[in-house]
Design a protein around this ligand. Structure first.
Ligand code: SF4
Length: 379
């Protein structure tokens, strides 16, 4: 299935990688974070590598279940489980925002149970920023203050000075990164797509796990290779996947091995990340904050469903989508509510859609496969 066949994509299959090792061997720091509303450019401008927490390939929540009730999302429990087993001991800092109530709890749990566990003696500074749940000018003012305080905290914790010139450089590196991802997306939605949904996900996940300067070089190479490729000719049902976090290939492979081709998505590790750029004029910290707050939203922004629907409709049109798979991890209320609204919206628009619940640690593949097969046959 893999068209890109690139070593860079392998990074998506593991938590650590050689670039992180090289980075830390050069005495540089890594900050792990949950999740969408973190101003990554600010961390980058401090000379620190921001690493989005994921639990790719981790197949148990056993230890996480001891500390979190079973009606929290299994992604959060799996990532906590991995942390309790030392999977994130390479972090030199930890940053949380109140994206959702489930991931929000990770601040205290990492604080008390992960970084304070017996035998773990590394000092890991913890940071927290609060993000309003609605998009308004007042909310922006609040968030701006939070980000300004975070800047100071980072400077104090790591003994660095984050200058405007550092911030401007980070904006340009991150804007270039998003531009490259958009170019890859453009050739993903062609009539003969140049890459599969599995390739696209791996590119996107690997992109969050290495310094952006490395990622930009690798994305350019991938783009050149993909542009020269023939593309996928055998016609399959063109699917868009929407909803809760997906950071491994199981679910996408299930669709693509069942006769669908995932040509677009609306996911945390996906299109949502590269829609908006940071403006390059004016105060750089304010512009970074603006992009982070007003970006293509995650359903935790309660009053922005209309914008998300607008994006969905536009994407269905430009990617010539035959059907939409709305999925959520059990107990993920945010995506559960948004998916339910999308289901009604898409029904009104007569666009085929299915809405399913799943677990992060995929145990019920047969049940899901049967439902996906039936959906693909139906469209
Ligand atoms: S999948 Fe849903 S519940 Fe889980 S971390 Fe993401 S938003 Fe929160």
């Amino acid at each position: 299935m893999n068209l890109v066949n690139d070593a860079f994509l392998e990074i998506a299959n593991s938590i650590e990688n050689k670039y992180i090792k090289f980075w830390q061997d050069s005495d540089k720091k890594v900050i792990g974070y949950y999740c969408t509303y973190i101003p990554e450019e600010l961390i980058h401008a401090a000379g620190i590598l921001p690493y989005r927490v994921r639990a790719t390939g981790h197949d148990t929540t056993e230890l996480g279940d001891i500390l979190m009730v079973r009606f929290t999302c299994s992604f959060v429990r799996a990532s906590l489980d991995l942390a309790l087993r030392g999977g994130f001991d390479f972090f030199d800092g930890f940053l949380i925002c109140n994206s959702c109530d489930h991931s929000r709890r990770m601040y205290e749990l990492f604080d008390m149970k992960v970084f304070n566990r017996e035998g773990f003696n590394k000092k890991v500074p913890r940071f927290y920023i609060s993000v309003p749940h609605i998009i308004s000018e007042e909310g922006f003012g609040w968030f701006k203050q939070e980000v300004e305080e975070l800047k100071e905290e980072l400077e104090n914790a790591y003994g660095v000075k984050i200058t405007d010139s550092n911030l401007k450089n980070s904006i340009s590196v991150y804007n270039e990164n998003r531009k490259l991802l958009r170019e890859i997306h453009k050739i993903r939605i062609l009539d003969n797509p140049k890459l599969t949904g599995a390739d696209a996900l791996q590119i996107s996940v690997a992109n969050t796990s290495v310094p952006k300067e490395v990622a930009n070089q690798e994305l350019k190479k991938i783009l050149t290779k993909l542009k020269a490729s023939e593309g996928i000719k055998n016609h399959k049902k063109r699917i868009m996947v929407v909803g809760s976090l997906i950071d491994d290939l199981n679910f996408i492979n299930l669709i693509e091995n069942t006769g669908g081709l995932v040509v677009s998505d609306f996911l945390c590790f996906g299109t949502r990340n590269f829609v908006d750029d940071v403006e390059t004029n004016g105060n750089p910290l304010e512009k970074i904050t603006k992009r982070t707050y007003f970006r293509m939203s995650c359903p935790r922004m309660m009053d922005d469903h209309e914008n998300r629907l607008k994006f969905l409709k536009k994407e269905i049109d430009s990617a010539k989508i035959d059907g939409v798979i709305l999925q959520r991890i059990n107990n993920c209320d945010l995506h559960g509510c948004d998916n339910m609204l999308f289901e009604h919206d898409l029904k009104d628009l007569e666009i085929p859609a299915m809405n399913i619940d799943r677990e992060y640690v995929q145990a019920d593949l047969n049940r899901l496969q049967t439902r996906i097969e039936a959906f693909l046959e139906m469209i």
